[in-house]
Design a binder for this molecule. Structure first.
Ligand SMILES: Nc1ncnc2c1ncn2[C@@H]1O[C@H](COP(=O)(O)OP(=O)(O)OP(=O)(O)O)[C@@H](O)[C@H]1O
Ligand SMILES: Nc1ccn([C@@H]2O[C@H](COP(=O)(O)O)[C@@H](O)[C@H]2O)c(=O)n1
Length: 213
């Protein structure tokens, strides 16, 4: 079984994906980390004239295990990720690993931006997790402040709005809600309620498929 989960930054898709992965005993891939790793590796080179070429080589030779998650989950790595994600050859290099992970025996859960549209258009279940920018900025600010990172709500809101806009008009992406995705707005939901709502959606899609000859 393949479950594809998409949504904008800090919508809670990673939290829901991890919980669903545990529930269904499926391996999980946070595909944003791949783009973040390339962005992080390129952080001092993004102003160079030939940065795109270097980003492609970085993506083609990426070893995610060489990076620390704390370095990848910063706001700066998110902004750099969004920049390298606009290079079609970077996307192509990272797609191979994602498709391979998705189609392993027994299935998988992947979360990102183009999982239901480009990586796994054949997924058994597709969810699109969203929340308004204000709620997402509050969550991300708390997440970073709890980790001791000194950022304000206003800074994070501005970054989230910019990243939303950059991602929305990424010419190399397929960042739209797949027509067969189920939408879940978590703006007013706690983590637990959001997870239960996602689980209900997944179970209802699976039950429907089981009953369809
Ligand atoms: N429904 C919710 N209510 C409150 N906080 C939440 C909710 N869902 C997630 N969070 C918190 O918001 C933060 C961001 O969540 P998460 O990492 O799951 O988002 P994401 O969409 O995967 O983000 P990214 O796109 O940057 O990877 C985390 O600290 C998480 O605990
Ligand atoms: N499938 C994906 C996943 C992510 N991106 C880009 O990476 C940025 C960081 O992603 P997070 O999920 O960790 O926030 C994101 O803003 C996208 O630009 C992508 O292109 N495709």
């Amino acid at each position: 079984m393949i479950i594809a989960i998409d949504g904008p930054a800090a919508s809670g898709k990673g939290t829901i994906s991890k919980r669903l992965a545990k529930h269904f005993d499926l391996p999980h891939m946070d595909t944003g980390l791949l783009y973040r790793a390339v962005g992080f590796a390129m952080r001092d080179d993004l102003d160079h004239p030939n940065w795109e070429e270097k980003a492609v080589t970085t993506a083609q030779t990426l070893e995610l295990s060489h990076y620390h998650e704390d370095d990848l989950t910063t706001a700066e790595a998110g902004i750099a990720a969004s920049k390298v994600a606009r290079v079609p050859e970077v996307r192509a290099a990272l797609q191979t690993a994602q498709k391979h992970f998705a189609h392993q025996k027994g299935g998988a859960i992947l979360d990102g931006r183009d999982i239901g549209t480009r990586i796994c258009p054949d997924a058994d279940v597709k969810l699109y997790i969203t929340a308004d920018a204000h709620a997402r900025a509050q969550r991300r600010t708390k997440q970073l402040n709890d980790r001791g990172v000194d950022v304000t709500f206003d800074e994070i809101l501005a970054q989230i709005e910019k990243r939303d806009a950059d991602d929305r008009d990424n010419p190399a992406g397929a960042f739209y809600v797949a027509p067969d995705a189920h939408l879940l707005d978590t703006t007013k939901l706690s983590i637990e309620t959001a997870f239960q709502a996602a689980l209900e959606l997944v179970n209802s899609v699976l039950a429907q498929k089981k009953n369809t000859p």
